[in-house]
Design a protein around this ligand. Structure first.
Ligand code: FA5
Length: 337
């Protein structure tokens, strides 16, 4: 019996088989168990001898099963480890990554250019008061120039800012010790304009302001020329045309020369070979004095540009709505731009 059991145990190939061998010999109805059960029929002399033998056999079988069990467990573990082994030399699965939006990139590029020229970056609220959006900029309540910027009003006194110019007044007010101001302010602005290829009801502006003793129009021209050449290339020229803004006097609009007028590259710049990119001028004396700066001592220039239009010009984008509709095919093109 013992020999037969040991042989079977050794030949077992998995735990299930081993378990059934265990049941067959040591289980309630197992062959060894029935030997032990049959002991009652033996004579007094035979009983201890057979009993001892049977116990020994049981011990041997139990040990053999345990040993085999361990061996099988080890084998199962090893097989599992082998199957689940990770090949660290396999190439990884690529995870699609996003990138900064073209608008973010162009705004940061412009910020960097001005930071390099000594400007600090400031911010202001998008929900603005009538006072800062208009009045502090020399646009009293009944001023006809308010019509230039169709406005979303929230209440009589609160509105969505129509430009970033209120940050001019806010910054000067914050500097009440009358030190010089040299800042740019990027941000969202809102107008009741009808959306088309070059107009959006919500767009971005970057404001610039430099106030100090003896700031001149030629300083404005120099800064804008440097900016245009750095952003678009040394071969570009700028042109300042007389214009009107209530908060600057004199006021100008700046055009930039188109690069080469051939085929598609010229379409945003048809005709004259110049395209307007920003408004600017010398800060109006009323604006300076309302913000606590003495216009007899201080002077300054300011400008405001639309980075969407600048990006359109730089990359030949024909429709401003592309910036806001999140078409990944469009956005992807500029990840490495
Ligand atoms: C202004 O908003 C003045 N605050 C700019 C300024 C600042 C002048 C400081 C003088 C001193 P304007 O309305 O022209 O100006 O807008 C400035 C720029 O914003 C435009 O040149 C254009 O690039 C952009 N812009 C204006 N309206 C829209 C629109 N609906 N959609 C997209 N861009 C626009």
């Amino acid at each position: 019996l013992e020999k037969e059991a040991i042989e079977k145990i050794e030949q077992a190939t998995d735990m299930k088989e081993l378990q059934s061998i265990k049941v067959a010999y040591l289980g309630k109805k197992g062959s060894l168990t029935s030997v032990l059960r049959g002991m009652g029929k033996l004579s007094k002399e035979e009983r201890p001898v057979i009993g001892e033998l049977a116990n020994k056999v049981r011990e041997t079988i139990t040990n053999a099963i345990e040993q085999k069990n361990e061996g099988l467990e080890q084998a199962v573990l090893e097989e599992k480890l082998q199957k689940e082994a990770i090949d660290v030399t396999l190439p990884g699965r690529p995870v699609p990554t996003g990138g900064p939006h073209l608008l973010t990139k162009i705004v940061e590029e412009i910020e960097d250019l001005f930071i390099g020229m000594g400007f600090e970056v400031r911010e202001g609220p998008e929900v603005e008061t009538d006072y800062f959006n208009f009045e502090a900029l020399n646009l009293p309540k009944d001023h006809p120039a308010r019509d230039m910027q169709d406005t979303f009003y929230i209440t009589n006194e609160l509105l969505l800012r129509t430009h970033t110019s209120p940050v001019q007044a806010r910054t000067m007010k914050a500097y009440d010790d009358s030190k010089s101001v040299k800042m740019i302010c990027p941000g969202k602005v809102y107008r009741r304009d009808t959306d088309d290829a070059t107009h959006s009801h919500q767009f971005t502006q970057i404001e610039g302001l430099f106030v100090d003793k003896d700031v001149k129009m030629s300083d404005l021209k120099g800064i804008l020329d440097t900016f245009a050449k750095k952003l678009f290339g040394e071969d570009r020229q700028i042109r300042l045309r007389p214009s009107f803004f209530p908060f600057t006097e004199p006021s100008v609009e700046m055009d930039i020369s188109c690069k080469v007028c051939n085929g598609d590259g010229c379409s945003v710049c048809k005709g004259s070979g110049w395209i307007e990119i920003l408004g600017a001028g010398m800060v109006h004396p009323n604006v300076l004095s309302m913000a606590g700066y003495d216009p007899k001592v201080y002077s300054g220039f300011a400008f405001g540009m639309g980075p969407e239009r600048i990006a359109m010009l730089k990359y030949g984008i024909k429709d401003i709505r592309q910036f806001y509709t999140n078409d990944v095919r469009f956005l992807k093109q500029f990840h490495n731009a």
